[in-house]
Design a protein around this ligand. Sequence first.
Ligand code: HQG
Length: 189
Amino acid sequence: MRETAPDLTRISKYMSLILRHKPEVIGIHLDAHGWADVNALLAGISKKYSINRDILEEIVQSDEKQRYSFSEDRTKIRANQGHSIQVDVELTLTEPPETLYHGTAQRFAASIEAQGLLPQSRLYVHLSPDPETAKKVGQRHGKPVIYLVNAGQMQRDGYSFYRSANGVWLTKVVPAIYLKRLEDGLKQP
Ligand code: HQG
């Protein structure tokens, strides 16, 4: 195991903050498509963490959720999804599978069952392709609860779905009628 591994995680979290939420923390800005200049990003991060082009390449390549992409000429970088700031990362409108999943914490369940899923601070509601991934997402917030999302019916009813470059499903809102709580862990009804 490399000595620097924990630092890479810390730098990656800082990159998520910069590239999804607050580019101003290092005094840079994102363009309309969410791109940041790689050199400006490196200069900004290096005030806090030791980083260079090779380390950045390693973070992008080894990220377990493939959170970041370089532009074709590799002069720019952006987060693939998860933004709270208004950028257009050129998501592809994609036909969803019949069922998608959303993992959340038990304490949000009553509100979700009343209001449906809302994007909260992000631009989209994030949905997972399988219940195991949804469970991990839910666990970030507390005791996990998983919802089945009737994505096929939503699409037939006119809702749009997008798949990010790293395989996360995104949609603007999920009204409560399309949600079904998985009562028993990961067992499907
Ligand atoms: C909840 C991670 C009350 C929602 C993950 C969630 C994901 C409501 C929380 C990505 C609600 C927002 C996004 C309502 C939704 N009432 N609570 N009506 N509607 N909520 O972190 O989906 O590791 O913004 O259930 O893997 O948890 O960062 O969204 O619990 O892909 O790359 O409001 O972030 O990726 O929380 O996670 P978040 P999320 P990264």
